[in-house]
Write a protein that binds this ligand. Structure first.
Ligand SMILES: *Cc1c(COP(=O)(O)O)cnc(C)c1O
Length: 426
């Protein structure tokens, strides 16, 4: 049999890929715990948990077991007119841990649909109330997904270029820091006086695709308080930050102002099946609850609340809440802190930051985003048996909670050695 790498080229088109220059795909045949294995039997530590999904380790027996059990009972049924135990049990379990103001869950299939739904809920909320508000606010460099609404509110222009003319109405606000917070608040207050802003979408505490940029909870709280004062619907995109990564179950737990809407996906099903949830407060739900049909929310995906995905999510949540997993999270947080103490003094490290198990370091270099350094670092990490995806000049770690101390040592060592690379080479 020809190798997967070769067979792949014939018919497959990969995401976020320029095939002419980056057409080589590594064939992966197995994943277990924190390790991926390729078709030649080489092992790689998955130090970003396959885009922050497989946080409890790949193929965890508790999760595969729950899904196996479920697939012999009920595989799929239409969620319009029908309901089932896995969806109800998951809603009960999630409500017990989500911020206190959340009350209703709406299911979909991925992070982009979760935010798309949040945006549509915010826009229709005002439509139903008979109030004309069409503008969405979002942070600069935010990332919320690839569908049109989600893309419109995302601020990374590399992805958006060809589509910008077709976007919904969006205005961006800078992510505040120590020096800019007062100015940001002043501008915002002035802007909100027009009363045409429907919603504000944000990645709380950590902006993933913007190379793990972090901001202070107090600053975000001040922005959210202002939004609430002007009746703006707040949407926390916790697709990346949800389920323990920031050191609390949700990043919103570290904020005193709770969002009206929360978007969840990625670690929701522990990497086993695609599913997403958009949760909302009573206030949102009530604006759709009416005798007229048109005021309902006419959005629905075929696989809404798929029973197998719900069972995976339920098992994942039980794992997250276990003493063992909470211990693991605290262990990784401590170990990152120790690593940071040593590496931040390195002359080739410009800056470092950490929120929970998310750790990032910026290299002291002036190279364009996605220049050759990024690719050379990626290849070097893979040769050393560690899967990391540097973003521009940022190396970030977001390991699965089950990563062992020895595996973590290896990841740290490989990052440390990567600093010896010739940064300026073309
Ligand atoms: C990944 C991500 C999305 C998009 O999720 P997909 O499942 O890839 O569509 C949206 N928002 C954030 C913050 C993300 O990290």
């Amino acid at each position: 049999m020809e190798k997967l790498t070769t067979r792949d080229r014939k018919h497959l088109w990969h995401p976020l890929t320029q095939h002419k220059t980056h057409g080589h795909m590594l064939g992966i045949t197995k994943a277990e715990g924190a390790v991926l294995t390729d078709e030649d039997g080489r092992a790689y530590i998955d130090a970003i948990a396959s885009w922050y999904t497989a946080m409890y380790g790949h193929c965890h027996p508790k999760i595969t077991g729950a899904v196996t059990d479920q697939m012999h009972k009920l595989d799929q049924v239409v969620f319009s007119g029908f309901t089932h135990e896995p969806a109800i049990a998951l809603s009960e379990a999630l409500m017990a841990v989500l911020p206190y103001n959340q009350e209703k869950l709406f299911f979909s299939d991925n992070g982009s649909t979760a935010t798309e739904i949040g945006i549509k809920m915010a826009l229709q909320y005002f439509h139903n109330l008979g109030e004309k508000r069409n503008v969405m606010l979002a942070f600069e460099e935010g990332f919320h997904g690839d569908t049109f609404g989600a893309m419109s509110v995302s601020g990374l222009s590399a992805y958006n270029g060809p589509f910008e003319e077709h976007f919904i109405q969006v205005e961006r606000i800078p992510v505040p820091d120590e020096d800019t917070i007062e100015e940001v608040l002043q501008h915002l207050e002035k802007r909100l006086q027009k009363k045409d802003v429907a919603g504000f979408i944000y990645e709380p505490l950590v902006q993933g695709a913007a190379a793990m940029k972090m901001h202070r909870p107090e600053h975000l709280c001040r922005i959210l308080r202002l939004m609430k004062m002007f009746g703006v619907i707040t949407i926390a995109d916790e697709v990346m930050t949800g389920f323990g990564k920031t050191g609390t179950l949700f990043a919103s737990d570290q904020l005193t102002i709770k969002p009206d809407i929360i978007c969840l996906s990625k670690a929701l099903t522990a990497g086993l099946l695609p599913m997403a949830i958009t949760s909302c407060s009573r206030k949102i739900y009530d604006a759709f609850y009416d005798d007229t049909l048109q005021k309902g929310f006419f959005h629905g995906h075929t696989y809404t609340a798929n029973p197998l995905a719900c069972r995976a999510a339920l098992a994942a949540l039980q794992l997250l809440l276990s003493g063992e997993m909470q211990e693991n999270i605290n262990r990784i947080i401590r170990r990152h802190q120790e690593f940071d103490k040593r590496i931040k003094e390195h002359p080739r490290v410009a800056s470092t930051r950490q929120t929970g198990v998310i750790y990032a370091l910026d290299l002291a270099v002036q190279t364009a985003r996605y220049g050759s350094l990024r690719d050379r670092l990626y290849s070097y990490f893979m040769e050393e048996g560690v899967f990391l995806r540097p973003l521009g000049n940022t190396i970030y770690l977001l390991p699965p909670y089950v990563i062992s101390d020895a595996q973590l040592d290896k990841v740290y060592e490989v990052v440390w050695k990567g600093l010896d690379m010739d940064f300026e080479k073309e």
